[in-house]
Design a protein around this ligand. Sequence first.
Ligand code: GLA
Length: 401
Amino acid sequence: MYPQTVIEHYQTIFGEEPTIVVRAPGRINLIGEHTDYNGGYVLPAAIDKAIWFAAGPRQDTRLSFFALDLADNIEVDLHQIRQQAHKTWANYLLGVISELHKDGLKTEGLNLVFGGDVPLGAGLSSSAAVESGMGHLLNEMLHIGFSKMDIVQLAQRAENNFVGMQCGIMDMFASVMGKKKHVVRLDCRSLEYEYFPFETNEYTIVLCNSGVKHALVDSEYNVRRQEAEQGVAIMKEQLPGIKTLRDVSPEQFEQQAHRLPEVVYRRCKYVIQEIRRVEVACEALKSGDLVTFGQLMYQTHEGLQHDYEVSCPELDFLVDCTREFNRVSSVPQAVLGSRMMGGGFGGCSINLVRKTALSGFLTYMKAAFEANWNRELVCHEVNLTDGVATVHITEPILQPK
Ligand code: GLA
């Protein structure tokens, strides 16, 4: 359906051809959750679910945006950009322009249609895809000369400063820097990154959508950040060199444990363990040991469920079901790993499933979920793709109908 749909709507709405078409993918994260804003490692990838944009310049200073999936539009002057209380979707676009203005850069009037197939509120970072795609699009149209990492940081600033969600860098990084058939380990302290091939004939990545929209995530997410910062502040009194939890070794942490309030202790314990887990997981990946990799995913879930407390009953149920499926499946090691993914409080679980067990897995999970929660379980098998890019459309699509 995409990108033809966005182009056709652009033609219909604005009566001309778009000058640029952009694809911005959603993301998954194999391991390394709630580590990005703690200076740790993450291991995300861009996926074959994306937001598409069709855009073109205007002669005046108006910004005319159309959100295809919401059938909603907005028109504002680029010199009067404000947060939108009702059309909140527009903040992801306006925020990027607002941040460019803060940099002292001039922007121009813009016509834009966007839409895609990244499920909303499912923890696949549709918002980061919108911000990253917008950053790329403006960088191209206005010849700003930003590097990919500049676009990542621009998108993050839009989210932090304009949307008001204090997210880390992972989602935008994955959307922009994704590489086909690879995952990428980002060191969120140094911003160094390394790609790892993630292609296996035996296993596939399946997302199970709990259907719980992570409405709580913004406020609770910010609380988790504060708790981690509180832990750092207390430990800093005796460990003056530390800036984030990344700088605290497991040994140092055990020595500090008695000084931390119980909840802060559990939050910090999870993060410090998770940072280490990503390193071990990458070693396992390098040596082709997906069994170990999967066990680490299960450990991550335990930590997120009990120590970081960002899971929800539906996600815990989905992860437990995979253990049960492994017991009853005739296929050995049918599911290697399963855990909740992203900010938490809803969204998807991510599962590493043996291809020969895939149809049995889907049948089992859907039946179990429906029996327990009385609603349908939507699952997505995902492939890993390249990050944000301009799409060069072949001529026939651009012909007026
Ligand atoms: C959300 C945030 C990310 C990251 C994850 C948890 O997706 O946007 O920056 O913190 O949660 O790993």
